[in-house]
Write a protein that binds this ligand. Structure first.
Ligand SMILES: Nc1ncnc2c1ncn2[C@@H]1O[C@H](COP(=O)(O)OP(=O)(O)OP(=O)(O)O)[C@@H](O)[C@H]1O
Length: 320
């Protein structure tokens, strides 16, 4: 569409760097990886997600999230479609594949699926689960009363996600007719233990894999009026807080990180500050009409690169 509309190219990829073509001297940002327009989601998965999913199956918490303005490809990346499955279906397939290959352990997988809409947490697997509370215990934050389903096959998980999608809030903005107005968090909880309980030295592991599709990160110019504008301010509150939290985590001097200022950052607190693997996928368009928003996304991605997180295994030693 952007090409048809005769848009200029404002940003382009050069190796692992994204360069602004409109400026002289050029502005450029370097990343761990840059994926160009011909990359498939499977290739993105192999580089940016597989090690996080593999880690979760071994007891290391994992979080993968997609960040970017509306229409830049977050949902395409996380959910995809039949022709090009996204990170979530690829992760689910991979998880069950690992279970089949791991002959000496048994696994229990549970899933939950929620959205944060206007700073309210709703359960997408249970339409009655509205305005749920976020609580804390020794293990971290959790959503009180959220429905968790034990899952037995990839098809089972995908049918639950499809049912959950029906309850998701989508609306119309100037940018994207089917724009996501809520943040969604799909969580796969993995428990595994050795088949033979008397195996001394073997461990029981427990971990969570959070796969997150954020609402569009655009600033107020995308918002129309009334309810849409209100949604925009809530979406931005969570994303603004996410930006502040990431800045504070990366500047090394901050004594207070405001995780509690939004639902999104409260739920991500243990992922961002605790132990685990995190992969942040930022989606951008080269088109000039979105040049400033693209710049904001690139700056966000650049700051986030400097967060250091330890990837530790959550394990319980088996008693002989
Ligand atoms: N890499 C890509 N390859 C092919 N099509 C893509 C790609 N990225 C996005 N699209 C297409 O562009 C459109 C908008 O993408 P998508 O819905 O994923 O954006 P989004 O960032 O999730 O937007 P929103 O925040 O509004 O939900 C969709 O039709 C999607 O299929």
């Amino acid at each position: 569409r952007e090409i048809r509309q005769g848009e200029e190219i404002a940003w382009y990829a050069d190796g692992e760097t994204i360069v602004r073509s409109e400026h002289n001297p050029n502005i450029a940002y370097a990343y761990d990886r840059v994926f160009g327009p011909t990359t498939t989601t499977q290739q993105v998965y192999d580089v940016a997600a597989q090690h996080v999913v593999g880690g979760a199956m071994q007891g290391i918490n994992g979080t993968i999230f997609a960040y970017g303005v509306t229409s830049s490809g977050k949902t395409h990346t996380m959910h995809g479609d039949q022709r090009s499955p996204g990170i979530i279906p690829l992760a689910v397939k991979d998880a069950f594949g690992i279970i089949q290959e791991t002959l000496n352990r048994e696994f229990l997988l549970r899933v939950s699926y929620l959205e944060i809409y206007n700073e309210v947490v709703n359960d997408l697997l249970n339409p009655a689960g509205k305005n749920l509370r976020i609580r804390e215990d020794l293990q971290g934050t959790f959503v009180e009363g959220i429905k968790e389903e034990v899952v037995l096959s990839p098809t089972h998980v995908l049918s639950l996600i499809a049912a959950g999608e029906e309850h998701r809030h989508i609306g119309s903005t100037n940018f994207n007719l089917l724009s996501s107005r809520s943040h969604t968090i799909f969580t796969l909880t993995v428990e595994s233990s050795p088949f033979c309980e008397s195996n001394e030295g073997e461990t029981v592991t427990f971990s969570q894999l959070n796969l997150i599709d954020l609402a569009g990160s655009e600033s107020s110019r995308a918002e129309t009026t009334g309810a849409r504008r209100k949604e925009g301010s809530y979406i931005n509150k969570s994303l603004l807080t996410l930006g502040t939290v990431i800045s504070k985590l990366t500047d090394g001097k901050a004594t207070h990180v405001p995780f509690r200022n939004s639902k999104l950052t409260r739920l991500l607190q243990s992922s961002l500050s605790g132990q685990g693997r995190v992969s942040l996928i930022c989606t951008v368009t080269p088109a000039s009409s979105n040049s400033e928003e693209t710049h904001n996304t690139l700056k966000f991605a650049h700051r986030s690169k400097h967060i250091e997180i330890q990837a530790l295994q959550n394990k319980v030693d088996m008693l002989a």
